[in-house]
Design a protein around this ligand. Sequence first.
Ligand code: AVJ
Length: 304
Amino acid sequence: MSSFAEDLHAALAGPDHAISPKYFYDAQGSALFEQICELPEYYPTRTELALLNRHAGDLAARMGPGAQLIEYGAGALVKVRLLLARMAQPDSFVPVDISGPHLLAACEALQREQPALRILPVVADFTRPHVLPDAPAHGQRIGFFPGSSIGNFDPQEALAFLKLLREELDGGALLIGVDLIKDPARLHAAYNDAQGVTARFNLNLLRHAQRELKLECDPAGFDHYAFYDPRKHRIEMHLLPRGEQHLQLQGRRYTLVPGESLHTENSYKYSVESFQALAREAGFRPSAHWTDEQRWFSLHWLGA
Ligand code: AVJ
């Protein structure tokens, strides 16, 4: 598995200057992301929460008694609480996350609220093959992948990941949140908020590297740049050098000139139909979906 340092060297050396968005998320990046979720322009979090709230009863009924709920990339466990509160005699809750300390702290808080719930945390990169606790004896395995995190994968990667989930959830189902294609102006606003929180989140990739890898650079010499590409159905986020920027990582020097932007994130958007087609290709049976009145965000129930 590649490291932050290796991936940053590769991004600085080019030719695409692309780096994985997973490097946004140190403690400060995670805190900035939580601030993004509260922004008036960033509609996905509150729209998905409203959908989960509205349909929690229906969703819990689909899970049936004795289900094992597996959350991929568990953060503060806010959304999953809505589901757990409605489930009939859940077998267990299995949050999977790469950040051990974060995950265990969130599990302890949840355990205090729900002492009877069997919580079986798995510290792993959920995009790679990983080992889960045994499937429940009587109920089904239900995967939960909220937040349109699937949008960070390009379509090929999304397909491979969905295939992995399909096998792991065999006989059960996947509940997944997917952001929808919409008016580019609304998408643009969601990634270019007036308070500049998304800009700080983007720039945190460099600050994270300064703290963790002793990267030498001037983050103030970079601009946040995010735009929607309607042909690729994706938001791209970049860090744009203002003038020549000199960086040094582990003794190696790099220069970025204007135009050589660091490509820090893609966030793909789907239509209900294009997402269902992808899910079918991965071997799922799309059996229900829910959207808000504005059709900004979608929740999908996919049979495995
Ligand atoms: C966590 C990947 C779903 O793409 O909307 C928010 C991350 N980036 N603002 C998204 C993000 C900029 C977010 N995901």
